[in-house]
Design a protein around this ligand. Structure first.
Ligand SMILES: [Zn+2]
Length: 283
């Protein structure tokens, strides 16, 4: 299976690949810039060269960039709108330079109403499709817990992709904790099947590129975004197991974003997930 976690790349991308391998990960996600601010570290050609070699040595695939939380793709005009357009353009280029396969973004939240927000996101993404991006990563919109004015139900993502004709440059990133909080019961095979059926109808399964594998601190349908350690939340061992043995969901690249004190703590959770499908730890 392809499973990894969110890591920092502040000490260098090549070091992140070696670190990932050391804790038993064969994929990872990183923030393309400061998650709460927006400043970006410049990554030079030497680091990219070391990164290519390290990534190959450690068999890391795919590599997933995540946009900062401060980006609101639904922001209309003014500075927040300009910032969102600028970050999408720059970070598609930056992830492409590293030959990263996926760039994940939260869809955003609405200010006036949902319709206007969905049209704004669609128009921003339409412009992004016209950009010339070497090694273009697939820009994936994430499914959200739907707290307050959040965009990110399957229907929202379906609306956006449909309006743009389901281009190959756009995709969907699932999040098991968000989906559960939004009302999807993923604790059984039947529940996972219902989700996959709806995904097929709304966005098409070939557009679903990865999943954030998180347990949920809050009950099903509570519409709050609170992640828990795998097996210790409301999804529990039964739920996490149902997801990762599922013939579609379990074959997606899985990325943990569960609460940890230090990145090494992902190691035992990765081993736990692998044990549920009868795989030994890679670490
Ligand atoms: Zn996210």
């Amino acid at each position: 299976m392809r499973i990894g976690c969110h890591l920092t790349i502040t000490k260098g991308l090549d070091k992140a690949a070696a670190f990932a391998a050391g804790i038993g990960a064969n994929t990872f996600q990183y923030f393309t810039r400061n998650p709460r601010g927006g400043a970006a570290r410049r990554i030079g050609p030497e680091e990219i060269g070391r990164w290519r070699r390290s990534r190959e040595e450690h068999d890391i695939y795919p590599v997933v960039g995540h946009l900062p939380y401060t980006v609101n793709l639904a922001a209309t005009g003014g500075r927040p709108g300009d910032f969102a357009a600028m970050v999408v353009e720059e970070d598609l280029q930056r992830v492409g330079e590293l030959e990263g396969e996926i760039l994940v973004s939260h869809p955003g939240h609405y200010e006036a109403d949902r319709e206007t927000a969905l049209r704004q996101i669609t128009s921003l993404l339409e412009k992004s499709l016209e950009l010339d991006v070497p090694n273009r990563p697939v820009l994936c919109l994430e499914t959200m817990a739907l707290q307050s004015r959040e965009i990110g139900s399957l229907e929202d993502l379906g609306y956006i992709l449909r309006a743009l004709g389901f281009p190959a440059a756009l995709g969907v990133c699932l999040d098991s904790a968000h989906l559960f909080a939004a009302g999807w019961d993923l604790r059984t095979r039947a529940g996972c099947d219902r989700l996959v059926d709806r995904l097929e109808a709304e966005v098409g399964l070939e557009r679903v590129k990865c999943m954030h594998l998180n347990d949920s601190l809050v009950p099903m349908g509570s519409r709050k975004d609170r992640h828990a350690v795998l097996g210790r939340g409301e999804l529990g061992e039964t739920g996490i197991s149902a997801i990762i043995v599922h013939p579609f969901l379990g074959r997606l690249p899985l990325l943990l974003e569960t609460p940890v004190d230090k990145y090494e703590d992902y190691g035992p959770q990765l081993a736990f997930a692998r044990s549920l499908v009868g795989e030994g730890s890679l670490a």
